[in-house]
Structure formats: structure tokens, C-alpha cells
Write a protein that binds this ligand. Structure first.
Ligand SMILES: Nc1ncnc2c1ncn2[C@@H]1O[C@H](COP(=O)(O)OP(=O)(O)OP(=O)(O)O)[C@@H](O)[C@H]1O
Length: 463
């Protein structure tokens, strides 16, 4: 422990540095109102910045989790930005976290760094996080308020318009761009679909997304950051990705329909899908999953955060619907018709997790470019619930020994919809989910989902 010229926030202390933490005890005889000891966990540190050389003084910026029991129980707990001034702290501690060279994703012209704040995602916390944590943290990382563009969403079109305009035009010209995206999965799929018409030419530069999980399920975030272990503080983890040197292509699929409309405003507005096509990078589903996502997407239920899925699941499983459809799977270059006339669940995914603890495709590793399908039929609410419970237990549903659940790698799949439109509630059983968006399909129509080949990616993700 060292005490000569050692201080924390101006008060003399003795430091010790072990077990991934810097701890201190106030020097004997110090009179102050504060605690006699304190600590900084290395797992909370964003960066250390030198403030003077003689004597060596530094400011440590940390992102601790707000420590109330309600907050720490959330899948994405709230965090704060703290700063602590250290004088004479151990060199080994300082040098490990000293902010050195500028980070590539933040070293771009201001017009090419976009912070996108999705106001309606999740429980609406993104704007407050930007003000209290992200903007000051970017400043610490060398990016003042004039160093980037801020976009607050004002409609469900805002992100698609940004992507289809500036982002797409510049990407086509080979201009590097970073999008710091504060949203759920919907924000990602909107970016993807805005960009996807872009000619992926030899000059195309894929914009890089740094994803901050402010949605409800946050499937893409939790799937891309689950290995080797899921981060205990997702928002801290998201902030530290800004310091990473590189990014990786985001695989995606193309869903085409005989005829389909995008449902918005709690299903009240149906907008025909351009070219009857939608791209996704997470999931395309039909059955219990798509109805659950659609029925739980109301302003009232959104107040419950991820509990909204459980509330609606209970209603749906009281009397489970068996969805009439044909399912054709293309795998290993061969087409196969699944011999079943009704289905409870058809879901193909490019990710492992649909929520932090809901592992629908346990064999999927982050960004592995492999699409997998989970499918089964059941008329029993208890049986469907037991499959879901297995998925919440690390993905055990794919190892059941009752033969109920199909799980396989696919290049493509096709669903032929055989449900009749329900009078008075047209399309109740004719809604599919693509990355959280709800698409109404037609009775007698079809959806085909195919993985876009490697090299066709239009976005990068910083992981
Ligand atoms: N101001 C706004 N007015 C209307 N719609 C908005 C507005 N801001 C965002 N949206 C839309 O709200 C949707 C939010 O979806 P998003 O996926 O980001 O959150 P989520 O559904 O809570 O999370 P997840 O998909 O991860 O479960 C997006 O489709 C987005 O375009």
C-alpha cells in the first residue's frame, strides 16, 4: 500500500491494487464526511485520462450499474457515468486502462457518425441514457457534441429514411460510417431494409453499427454478445465496444411474399410491402411466436417491458391455435415437405437468443451465417409452455427425447398459408413476424425465407 502523495478526489489515501480492483483507505488523521474507504472495480472502467504529469494525476471514468434490487434484476440494468480523480495511483492499474490511440469507429468526420435514439423502443429509456451517460462518455473518448449527428426518431419511418438516404448514398461511394444505435431489434431491421437496395459494389463500405440494447427482447445484442459469457452489464459492454478496432459483417435473410402488408400502429395501419419483400437479420416466424409478438405490441402492454410477452403467452396458451400451413424446408440443396398440416411454431433464426435468457437456437454462434429452423405442432398449452420453458433453460428444447421439436440448418424455407381470413378480425392467424415487425399475409399465399449468401451483407456490427 502506498500513501506518499496519494489522494482520491483531493483527500489523502493509501491505495492497494489486487483482485481486479483498486481500493483505498483514508490516510490516518484525515477529517472528512465521506466514507473511510472506497474502491473502483476494473470491470466498471470505461477509460483513464491523465490530467497532470507531476505529480501524476488521472481521472478514472467508470460505468457502474445503479445498485437497486429492481434495477439489477432487469435484463439491461441502468448505469451511471462516474468520475474519480486519482493522485499517485499504482502505475500497473493506470497503464492498463489509459485511453491511448483514437478509436477507428469514432475517428470519422462528424457528418459520418450518427447517434440514433429510438424514442419508442422498449420502455423509452434511450434518450435519458444518451443525455446522462452516452454523450458525456463520448466526450471522454474524444468526441464532443459537435463530433457527431444526433437523430431522434419521430416516426417508425425515421430510421429507414436515414438508411435509405444519406447512409446508403455514402456507403455506395465507399465512405466509412458509424451508427451508434440506441434501439431494439426493430431499429436494426429498419437500417438493414433502408440499405439493402444499395448496390453492393466493390466500392461499397458497410456502415458499422454499435448497438445499445434499448428494446424489449434485444435479440441481436444478446446473441452477438453472449460468448464466452453474457455481459453482466450490457450497457457498459456496449460502451466498451466503441473502443474496439474492427467490426464484422451482419448476416441477413430475404423474406419474399405472394402479397403482404406491414402492420403498424397496433395493427391499425397496413402498408403494402414494397416488392413484397422484407429483409431480416434475426428471425422470421409464423405461429405462436408471431401472434405473441403482434398481440403484445400495444402501448399499454409495452409499459411492462419484457413481461408483456408472458402476459400475452398466458392468454394464447389457454386455447392454443393450430396454424394451418404447408412447410417446405431447403437444406443441403434439397427441398423437403414437412408432413404436417398444422403447426404451433415455425421459426427460423440467424441468432441464438430472442431475449437474454431465451435461447431458441443454441447451436448458433454469433454471426455464424447459418440459418436454423425450430418447428413443431401441438394443441396443448402445457406442452407448448414446456418447450418454451426448455428454451428459457439454455435451449434444452432441441434435445427433448419426445421427438416433438424439429431443429435443423436450412438454406431456405417456404410456408404456404392455408388459414382462412377470420371475419371481423381479418388476419388474426395470418400474421408473420420478421425481426419483430409484423407482416400480414394472405389466405392462400406464401412466404419464402432464404439466407442471403456470404458477401451480400450491407451492414457491419461492432462486437
Ligand atoms: N417516435 C416514434 N413514433 C413511432 N414509432 C417509433 C418512434 N420511434 C421509434 N419507433 C418505432 O418503434 C419500434 C421500436 O422497435 P424496437 O425493436 O426498437 O423496440 P422493441 O420492439 O421494444 O424491442 P425488440 O424488438 O428488441 O423486442 C421501431 O419499429 C421504431 O421504428
Amino acid at each position: 500500500m502506498s500513501t506518499s502523495e496519494a489522494a482520491v478526489n483531493g483527500e489523502p489515501v493509501g491505495f492497494s491494487y489486487e483482485n481486479n480492483a483498486l481500493t483505498w483507505i483514508k490516510a490516518p488523521g484525515t477529517v472528512s464526511n465521506g466514507e473511510d474507504k472506497g474502491s473502483i472495480l476494473e470491470s466498471d472502467i470505461l477509460a483513464i485520462i491523465p490530467t497532470s504529469t507531476t505529480p501524476p494525476a488521472h481521472t478514472v471514468y467508470t460505468i457502474p450499474t445503479v445498485s437497486t434490487p429492481e434495477n439489477t434484476a432487469l435484463p439491461v440494468p441502468d448505469v451511471q457515468l462516474h468520475q474519480t480523480t486519482l493522485l499517485g495511483a499504482p502505475e500497473a492499474f493506470i497503464s492498463k486502462h489509459l485511453l491511448s490511440s483514437p478509436t477507428p469507429h469514432l475517428s470519422l468526420p462528424a457528418e459520418d457518425i450518427h447517434v440514433v435514439i429510438s424514442s419508442k423502443s422498449g420502455t423509452g429509456k434511450a434518450a435519458a441514457f444518451f443525455e446522462s451517460v452516452l454523450a458525456p462518455a463520448l466526450k471522454v473518448l474524444g468526441l464532443g457534441e459537435d463530433g457527431y449527428q444526433v437523430v431522434h426518431t419521430t416516426s417508425s419511418e425515421t430510421i429507414t429514411e436515414l438508411a435509405g438516404g444519406t447512409l446508403r448514398e455514402k456507403a455506395g461511394r465507399g465512405v466509412r460510417q458509424t451508427v451508434i444505435l440506441l434501439s431494439g431489434d426493430g431499429g436494426v431491421v429498419e437500417l438493414l431494409n433502408g440499405l439493402v437496395g444499395a448496390e453492393v459494389s466493390s466500392t461499397y463500405a458497410r456502415p458499422s453499427i454499435a448497438l445499445f440494447p434499448f428494446g424489449t427482447g434485444n435479440a441481436l445484442f444478446h446473441s452477438t454478445h453472449r460468448l464466452p459469457t453474457p455481459p453482466s452489464s450490457p450497457l457498459y459492454h456496449a460502451l466498451t465496444t466503441l473502443l474496439l478496432p474492427s467490426s464484422r459483417p451482419l448476416p441477413h435473410f430475404r423474406a419474399t411474399f405472394s402479397s403482404a402488408s406491414l402492420l403498424t400502429s397496433e395493427g391499425r395501419i397496413a402498408t403494402p410491402l414494397p416488392n413484397n419483400t422484407l429483409h431480416g437479420c434475426i428471425v422470421a416466424s409464423y405461429g405462436f411466436h408471431s401472434t405473441l409478438v403482434a398481440d403484445s405490441d400495444t402501448a399499454e402492454l409495452r409499459k411492462h417491458g419484457d413481461k408483456r410477452f408472458g402476459i400475452v403467452a398466458q392468454e394464447l396458451l389457454g386455447k392454443p391455435h393450430r396454424y394451418k400451413a404447408g412447410l417446405t424446408i431447403t437444406s443441403g440443396g434439397k427441398e423437403r415437405v414437412v408432413e404436417r398440416e398444422t403447426h404451433a411454431y415455425i421459426l427460423c433464426a440467424l441468432v441464438s437468443n430472442l431475449e437474454k435468457t431465451f435461447t431458441i437456437s443454441p447451436h448458433t454462434t454469433p454471426l455464424d451465417e447459418v440459418m436454423r429452423v425450430v418447428h413443431f405442432d401441438s394443441g396443448s398449452g402445457d406442452e407448448i409452455m414446456s418447450v418454451m420453458t426448455d428454451a428459457y433453460s439454455g435451449g434444452k428444447h432441441v434435445n427433448r427425447n419426445d421427438g416433438l421439436v424439429g431443429y435443423e440448418e436450412v438454406e431456405a424455407l417456404k410456408i404456404d398459408f392455408k388459414e382462412a381470413a377470420v371475419e371481423g378480425n381479418e388476419g388474426k392467424w395470418l400474421r408473420v413476424c420478421v425481426d419483430g415487425l409484423i407482416v400480414r399475409v394472405e389466405s392462400g399465399g406464401w412466404m419464402r425465407v432464404e439466407k442471403v449468401a456470404n458477401g451480400g451483407e450491407v451492414l457491419d456490427i461492432i462486437v
